[in-house]
Design a protein around this ligand. Structure first.
Ligand SMILES: [Zn+2]
Length: 273
């Protein structure tokens, strides 16, 4: 089987490629072994996933929702203890599966904080606001998920898999994601529901949605050609803990998605019939 990114033969792949990292609560949405080689897998975890997971917005989300990484650790959050030099709040999952919080601090009097406030413990509140400092990192992260989700759909037969590997329409996004081709790839970001929203099913059991995604074909300008895989513009839309990210698979522009939203009352494509 050939790797979908570097196109090299890789029959001895050891690693399992998670389309969305485990550190965001995904344990089941993975690619069949061999679709991404060990080298590409390693590149993504260091160059794309780690920088995304370390952005403040995501660290706060992971702390608030108590989402552990592969080693079972929830990222700590800095807190302010007026009588301490600095402190962090750590959450951890115990061996019995319980979530515990621990405060670590270095005692020291802080001259900037008045005596009267010395008994307070200040814990930053995680609002639902989205404040990504590095949008290009976010775009790359979403582009990687988009390519892998698309490849997964083409992986059912050898013929469709080869079609994906040889389709030059995807070269641009693949080069951007895997080989760092400089591009100002746009990503559309907005929150569509609260990260801790509880949904309920027919049996009225509550659950949280960790991730959901779909593709959106927009072809209102030109008539589709007589080709079963033809599309005018193809967008990938993924919602992670209530934050919706949309990206264009075939080019860096996002205008087509914004127009689609305007024409559809700004509903998410994941929540329209
Ligand atoms: Zn590869």
């Amino acid at each position: 089987m050939k790797c979908i990114f570097c196109k090299k033969d890789n029959t001895h792949t050891k690693s399992v490629e998670h389309i969305i990292p485990e550190s965001l609560g995904n344990y089941t949405f993975i690619l069949p072994k061999g679709m991404v080689c060990d080298k590409c897998n390693h590149y993504f975890s260091i160059k794309i996933e780690k920088p995304f997971l370390e952005q403040d917005t995501i660290k706060k989300l992971r702390f608030t929702e108590g989402i552990p990484n592969k080693r079972g650790k929830v990222p700590p959050l800095p807190i302010i203890m007026p009588h301490a030099n600095n402190a962090i709040l750590k959450k951890r999952i115990t061996s019995k599966g319980k979530l515990e919080s621990h405060i670590f601090y270095i005692p020291k009097s802080n001259p900037e904080i008045p005596e009267s406030k010395a008994n307070f413990l200040i814990i930053p509140h995680y609002s639902q606001e989205i404040d990504f400092k590095n949008i290009n990192q976010v775009a790359k992260f979403i582009a990687k998920i988009a390519v892998e989700s698309l490849a997964l759909r083409f992986s059912k037969t050898e013929e469709s898999y080869n079609y994906f590997l040889n389709n030059s329409d995807f070269n641009s996004i693949i080069n951007y994601v895997r080989f760092g081709t400089p591009q100002n790839w746009k990503v559309h970001i907005r929150r569509i529901y609260d990260s801790s929203k509880k949904w309920s099913d027919e049996r009225e059991e509550n659950f949280q949605i960790v991730h959901e995604s779909d593709f959106l074909f927009v072809d209102d300008q030109i008539k589709p050609k007589d080709d079963e895989y033809f599309y005018e513009e193809l967008f990938f839309v993924v919602v992670l803990w209530g934050i919706e990210f949309a990206i264009n698979i075939c080019g860096p522009e996002i205008d087509g998605y914004i127009n689609w939203l305007k024409n559809n009352d700004y509903k998410s494509p994941l929540y329209t019939e």
